[in-house]
Design a protein around this ligand. Structure first.
Ligand code: NDP
Length: 394
């Protein structure tokens, strides 16, 4: 048994807290080197008191000052701030494993810092991989980092594949990946009803308890679009080999079809502690505190095709992947801006895909030759998406 030392980026979030819950159950196997968050200093202070990391980071400098006050009686915990602080802890040699669970594009640089040091990187922050695809995977290959998927679907696919052929599905005899989707809270809403749904309704996911941004992404099906792109990069495949199956029970987390007709699936209660425990302990298994699956209580499984007319985000994501270059970074940036505007009450739910599609249409696609180009396109797309939101409200 290897004792692992973990840094958690996004420690105060839904994934961060689930990760700490698994760690809490196994003090003999896991210790914490650093905890990082953005603004929620009070929450991070409590976590620091319990887990006693060597370093704590608040991306927001003012919040770092507040954390320092809150932990004034803990001189052994060093406090850092800003993106530089995040990258410092992500790369620190003391930790062998980094949970990348910052939400959105803000996670890319710190995740890359961990990848660059060849660590075990537990990837929850799908936006980082969506934005920078090939560059990200090249960085993984170059450093020898061990990239393990935490998204429940990708973790399921990973578990259904031979470990030595994760990046070579054809050689493994894999013919198709069946990516499951819950369909979100508005699966049965008419297009008309989608114009009036509120942020609170969008964040009330029927099966999963998650942060606000991914909850809205689940409701628009952009989460599935981002996951489609994520799967293409992780498993070295294309959207044509991936079929999204809406499975409202969220018990089958995804499936892999083989040439002989076998379909392997990974099942479990909808609880992120399962894929997190899988990543933390891999290739061993540890208990995750998850309720055993009661198939008698569930009774039946259902499957539907996604409706790309009411939920165009999945189509937009597949098109952005096919367009290549900087298009996925533009898709991601426009989505982040549109979701933030929706959560803020400045955009109606049904206009989220409108903003993304318009932003994609007016932002040129460049070859994604460097991370600088990715970050520049991300900034440009954000500006354009904000302009489009302004035009809609005129
Ligand atoms: P949350 O919103 O719950 O948490 C986000 C975390 O990121 C918080 O700790 C937050 O800190 C931190 N954060 C936000 N912005 C910054 C920033 N600029 N710099 C540093 N830290 C920042 O999100 P989730 O936990 O739901 O999701 C995290 C990631 O995992 C996302 O990429 C999501 O797509 C992915 N994921 C989530 C799943 C889930 O079940 N929740 C499932 C699969 C993937 P603070 O609290 O201080 O704001």
């Amino acid at each position: 048994m290897v004792k692992r030392c973990i840094t958690i980026l996004g420690a105060t979030g839904s994934i961060g807290l689930s990760t700490l819950d698994v760690i809490r159950r196994h003090p003999d196997r896991f210790s914490v080197h650093a905890l990082a968050a953005n603004t929620r200093a009070d929450e991070l202070a409590l976590l620091c008191r319990e887990f006693q990391p060597r370093v704590a980071v608040m991306a927001d400098p003012e919040s770092a000052g507040r954390l320092a006050e809150l932990l004034a009686d803990c001189p052994d915990i060093r406090i850092l701030s800003g993106e530089q602080g995040l990258c410092t802890v992500a790369a620190a040699p003391e930790a062998d494993t980094v949970m990348a669970a910052i939400v959105g594009a803000a996670g890319l640089r710190p995740t890359l810092a961990a990848v660059g040091q060849g660590k075990r990187v537990l990837l929850a922050n799908k936006e980082a991989l969506v934005m920078s695809g090939r560059l990200f995977m090249d960085a993984v290959a170059e450093s020898g980092a061990e990239l393990l998927p935490i998204d429940s679907e990708h973790n399921a696919i990973f578990q259904c594949m031979p470990a030595d052929k994760i990046r070579n599905p054809v050689a493994a005899g894999i013919t198709r990946i069946l990516l499951t989707a819950s369909g979100g809270p508005f699966r049965e809403h008419t297009a008309e009803c989608l114009r009036t749904v509120t942020p609170a309704e969008a964040c009330a996911h029927p099966n999963w308890s998650m942060g606000q941004k991914i909850s809205v992404d689940s409701a628009t099906l952009m989460n599935k679009g981002l996951e489609l792109i994520e799967a293409c990069w992780l498993f070295n495949t294309t959207p044509a080999s991936i079929e999204v199956h809406v499975h409202p029970e969220s018990i089958i987390h995804s499936m892999v079809e083989y040439a002989d007709g076998s379909v392997l699936a990974q099942l479990g209660s909808p609880d992120m502690r399962t894929p997190i425990a899988n990543g933390l302990a891999w290739p061993e298994r540890v208990s995750a505190g998850v309720a055993p699956l009661d198939l008698f209580a569930i009774g039946r499984f259902h499957f539907e095709r996604p409706d790309l007319i009411r939920f165009p985000c999945l189509r937009l994501a597949a098109e952005a992947f096919d367009a290549g270059g900087t298009a996925p970074a533009v898709l991601n940036a426009a989505n982040e801006v549109a979701v933030a505007a929706f959560l803020n009450g400045d955009l109606c739910f049904a206009d989220i895909p409108v903003i993304i599609e318009r932003t994609l249409a007016i932002t040129s696609v460049e070859p994604a030759d460097s991370f600088e180009i990715i970050f520049a396109k991300d900034a440009e797309a954000r500006e354009r998406a904000r302009e489009q939101i302004g035009l809609l409200s005129v």
